[in-house]
Design a protein around this ligand. Sequence first.
Ligand SMILES: NC(=O)c1ccc[n+]([C@@H]2O[C@H](COP(=O)([O-])OP(=O)(O)OC[C@H]3O[C@@H](n4cnc5c(N)ncnc54)[C@H](OP(=O)(O)O)[C@@H]3O)[C@@H](O)[C@H]2O)c1
Length: 297
Amino acid sequence: MTARIIDGKAFAEAMRARLARQVAALAARHGVRPGLAAVLVGDDPASQVYVRNKEKQAAEAGIVSSGRRLPATTGQSELLDVVRALNADPAVDGILVQLPLPRAIDPQAIVEAVDPAKDVDGFHPMNAGRLASGREALAPCTPLGCMMLLKDALGSLAGLNAVVIGRSAIVGRPMAQLLLAADCTVTVAHSRSRDLPAIARGADILVAAVGRPRMVRGDWIKPGATVIDVGVNRVPADGGKSRLVGDVAFDEAVQVAGAITPVPGGVGPMTIACLLANTLAACCRRRGIPLPADRAT
Ligand SMILES: NC(=O)c1ccc[n+]([C@@H]2O[C@H](COP(=O)([O-])OP(=O)(O)OC[C@H]3O[C@@H](n4cnc5c(N)ncnc54)[C@H](OP(=O)(O)O)[C@@H]3O)[C@@H](O)[C@H]2O)c1
């Protein structure tokens, strides 16, 4: 048996096209366009690429970007002032502060300074708490993207056994909360879990969010399971080059699973699409406008 490949790239493209139509309809009916402010501190090349991609895809969807570029020498109080100004700016619906931040700045203090109603990354404790208590929340984009792929692949997830490997605040924990909200029976595994292969073998849905290349082997997977590989790991390749691999040994897993996300081209493209969906949702909620009926979030 060979697993069905879950094409996150195509799914994200279709989602962004739908969002562009919804943003255009919002502008036509209500005269508003969602605004997204990305704040980048310093000159980390990877962060620059991420922010540029987010702004490019936002613009393609008709979302207005108002980014701030700050030098690496920016202090915490200066960054807090920028965040507070964006909180107060009525044209800004979504604020994202690109992580990591320079060492001198406490990232948690910055995350907690963002207005929860504009927290389109879904990192604010208020949104984490709302998500954990089963209330409406802006959820973190990567797990949100995983959920969309899962619901598209499986339809109802009710009653399925889901195992999430990883318990970070931005991926593993919110992923577990979203699966629970979808009526799965959820197990969260981590670096102290005992007999991880046996835990994983109980999963109808296996989500790997660890950051360890090819850690999940083929014989960890229940035949027919749906495997979502969140990991993005750069490993050496032939000719002195490098390539991206996930947390799952794809060549082995594809022989056993029922469906599986590849790396790249699986979960990755969904993250920015969900950021745009969160920005549209934040815009509508803040202004008391009904959300589009076929909305993503
Ligand atoms: N596709 C995307 O858009 C996207 C977005 C975000 C992240 N990612 C990728 O997803 C992966 C995870 O990201 P993250 O931010 O959640 O990472 P993280 O904060 O480093 O968390 C990793 C988690 O994996 C657990 N872990 C580490 N080694 C383990 C082991 N040997 N066995 C079982 N669990 C283990 C850790 O357990 P403890 O809690 O016990 O330490 C921790 O909970 C990374 O590869 C990252 O690049 C991708």
